[in-house]
Design a protein around this ligand. Sequence first.
Ligand code: MAN
Length: 562
Amino acid sequence: MQEILVFSLLCVASGAVVRAAEVLRPRGIVLSKASFYDPTRDFSCLDGSGTIPFSYVNDEYCDCQDGSDEPGTAACPNGFFYCTNAGHTPLNIPSSRVNDGVCDCCDASDEYASNANCVDTCRELGRAAREEAAKQREERLKGYQLRQSMIEDGRKKKKEAEGKIEELKKEKEEADAVRSEKEEIKKAAEEPEKLALEENQAFEAEKKAEAEAEEKRKDLAEARTAFVILDNNGDGILTVGELQSRQTFDTNRDGQVSMEEAKFYLKQEDSMTLEQFVTSGWLMVRPVYTMDKGMFIPPSTTPNPLDESLTPPPMFDEEDNYDAGEEEEEPEDFDSNLDPEISRYVNSRAHWNLMSDDFEDEAEDDYDHEDNAEDVAQENEQKEEEEPKYDEETQKLVDAANAAREQFDEADRRVRDIARELRSLEETQEKDYGPDEVFRILEGNCYEYTDREYTYRLCPFDKAIQKPKSGQGETRLGQWGEWTGPEENKYTRMLYSNGQACWNGPTRSADVHLSCGTDTKLTGVTEPNRCEYMFLITTPAVCTKPQDLDGDESLDHTHVEL
Ligand code: MAN
């Protein structure tokens, strides 16, 4: 059944409700479309799909494809019902909700023929909504005013940075000049130093070569002495038998020098001449000789070890083998006509067994040696500290060059420090701080938000961080990247990318959504996809001018102290 209702258009001004006009139209129709529904004519479906007698409008039967013939019933599946909601906000609801027993419209108009008992709550709801809107408008206005001061501060900061850059450029020029000057001075000091050091090095090398030659000579002399001592019969040939007569070659300490033990020292030969001994056998015998000189019985007269032509005099007959056992039992002093050094070796050898049996004594001996070694090392260190490394003249040149180097290094450090500061300031000048530099003053601050597991930190234009509440360490979620808001609202989203790699996944990143608020605050962080984080931040920097104040220029240029 068709029903024409009288709708009242209510205007709301300053909280007063005024009846402005009364218009006739079918139920569920917005005022602006009322003219299409003329009860004196046939009705043309709004999509042009057909024309029907007006009596078919709202007759609970769907005639038009777009459902426009049934705005006030649930007959058409795709129709819409318009609630005027006088005192609050009008609403279009799907017509299927008409008379479905649920109150959808605050003016109860959608449930006109049901038992839902809906009451008109539009005025109260409208009032609350208007109060909330007014509050939001206030906030937005306050934010917008704060935004103006952010702009001022941002511009000031930019100017300061420009000034500082100029200052640093000048400072750098001066520092460069000082550096060049110090570099020249350093070069001038290093030239004579280099020559003196080369001379010194050559001198040291010569000294070292001499010392090595002397060492070699001594070693050779020692080799010959050892040969003379070991060649019992003095025939110039050192035999396995002669070595076997020396207890010192009893490597396995079984009381006898076996053939193998003796041959080991002759490099598996049966005998060696002095020359062979000097070039190869001595290498084997030297360690034993050095450690245990006392075990070698000297010849009766001391040969000149440097005399290569020397054939040592016989000391023992071949068969008159040296009996170590006897000697151990009855140590005796050797003739006083022996070379005193060799005599000392022999006497100490004579007491060898007694000493070697006494482990503790030996251990003590070792200990003393270690102590002694430490003392010697310390003494040497002290000597090195005390003794100048170079001659006085060279040392003077080295000191002068060191001083020049230090001064150059200091000048160089200063240049690099200034360059670093300059670079970082120039980098900030290249960043996009939004319209009128409004976001610039956010740089250098960090904002935190803590949820159940993590504390998140956002340092605008720098980085985004995640830190577990329990435990150590930070996870880098991203570095400042770019503005990513939609074209018309570019400065409402920021991307921080290239954070720490996600296990088996991409590098972390943070998508920061900015919305208007009177404080710059991080209000929430979520992780909608693994290792992709969404930060919500409020800031006055994105507060736009409330629409009713559009065109009020004073708000844009006044510096507001809040
Ligand atoms: C850490 C945190 C989480 C992240 C996982 C991925 O636990 O960074 O936010 O989802 O790593 O493995």
